[in-house]
Design a protein around this ligand. Sequence first.
Ligand SMILES: *Cc1c(COP(=O)(O)O)cnc(C)c1O
Length: 439
Amino acid sequence: MILYSTNNMAARVSFKEAVFNSLPTDKGLYMPLEIPRMDPLFLRNLPQYDLPAIAFEVSRSLLGDAIPAQVLRRIIDEAMDFQAPVKPLEAGLGVLELFHGPSLAFKDFGARFMSRVMGYFSADENQAEKERLLDVLVATSGDTGGAVAQGFLGVKGTRVTILYPKGKVSKIQELQLTSNGGNIRALEIEGTFDDCQALVKQAFNDPELSRKLRLTSANSINISRLIPQTFYYFHAYAQVLMQGIREVVFSVPSGNFGNIGAGVLAYRMGLPVRKFIAATNANDVVPRFLSTGVFQPQPAKATVSNAMDVGSPSNWVRIVDLFGGDISALQQVLISRSYTDKQTLSAMEVLYREHEYLACPHTAIAWQAVMDYRQTEPGEYASVFLATAHPCKFPDIMPGNLRDQITYPPQVSDLFSKSASSVPMPVDFEAFKAYLLQV
Ligand SMILES: *Cc1c(COP(=O)(O)O)cnc(C)c1O
C-alpha cells in the first residue's frame, strides 16, 4: 500500500510510515494512492460473510502486502471480537449499533485495530528503535481516549498520553480515561477539544520532541483508524441485503468526520450507497460549507452531544480528496444537517416513545437527520443510522424519564470500583512539552 499527502501528491509513504507518522510534515493527511474496487461478486455475496471475514477481505484489498495475510487475520480476530448488529426499528429503518466493544463506542473499531497494527510494526523494528518507547499521544473529546486506552493497555513498549478537555466529558468517559493506570496517563486540559488537538499537533511539529521521543498519534487522523471503520459499512450493507433491499442511506453522527470519511471510502471501493447524511450538532462547519461554499472553522461549541464538539473537522479534507476536490460530485452523495441541543433531546424522547429505543445524544441526531431525509425523499431504500455510543455513557444530559431506562453493561459496572488519576494542565505548549520530556 502506498499513501500520499492531501497537500502534496508527490509525497509518497508506505503504510507503516503513515501509521507511525500519522501526519505528513506538510500538514495534509495521508490517503491511499490506489483505492481498490471490491469484486461485484463479493458485494453480492456479502451476507455469506461475518464481520471478521468482511474485514479481512476489505483490509487486504487496501493494504496489499503491507501486512502478511496470516498476521492481518490474527489482528482482525483480536480487534473485532464484538458484534455490530443492525437492529430493525420499522420497515426500512435500522440502527447499526457500534457500541458493543470495551469502551462502548464505535472508536473501539479504530483503536483496537490501530494498536495491534502498531504492535506488529514495532516488533518488526531493529533493536535500537525497539528500545525506545513508542509514545502515543491522543486528544479526545470524550470517546477516543477510552477506546485508545483500552486498545493499548498493557501493550509492551508503548506509553499512551491522553489529553481531554476539563469538564467537557461525562463521568463514565472520564473514568475510562483516568482509571487505567499502567502505561496509560491522562492530562486534564483547561480548554476545549480543539485546544487538546492543537497541543498534540504542535508536539508533532516540535523538532526537539521528535528527536528525543518516538511520538505517534492515535487520533482519527491516523490512517490505521480510518481503515477498520470501513468494515462495518460493508457488514451493515450485508444485513440490509438479507432483507432484500439493495440501496442504503447511512446517517452518521459527525464531529471530526472520521467515521463518515470511512463510509465514503467504502463507497469509493464500490459499496452501493444512495446517500450519506452527516448529522452534526451546533458545530456546523460542514453543513455551512455545503450550503454556502465557505469552509470556516470555528471555536468548538459545547453541546449535549459532546463527542461531536469539533470546530475544525480534520477528516473533512479526506472526504473532499475522495471526490478529487469536486464538491458538486460530493454533494450528489453526501448531505449534511445540523441540530440544536433542544432538537437532540426531543429526538431522544421521540425515539424512545415510538420505538422504545434509548439512544445516546449523538445517535439521536443521526436518527432525526435520517427521518427528515425520508420525509422528503421517498424510495426503495433502507435507512441505517449509526449508534456511535451506548446511552449509559450520557446519563447527565438525559431527561429523568429516560435516565430511569438506562441499563449498564458489564464494561461499566467494573469502572466504578477503580481509582482514577489525572494531571491538570493549562493550554500551554511549553508545560505540555516539559511534561512529556520529564520521564
Ligand atoms: C467520536 C464520536 C463521534 C464523532 O465521530 P467522528 O469520526 O469524529 O465524526 C460521534 N459519536 C460518538 C459517540 C463519538 O464518540
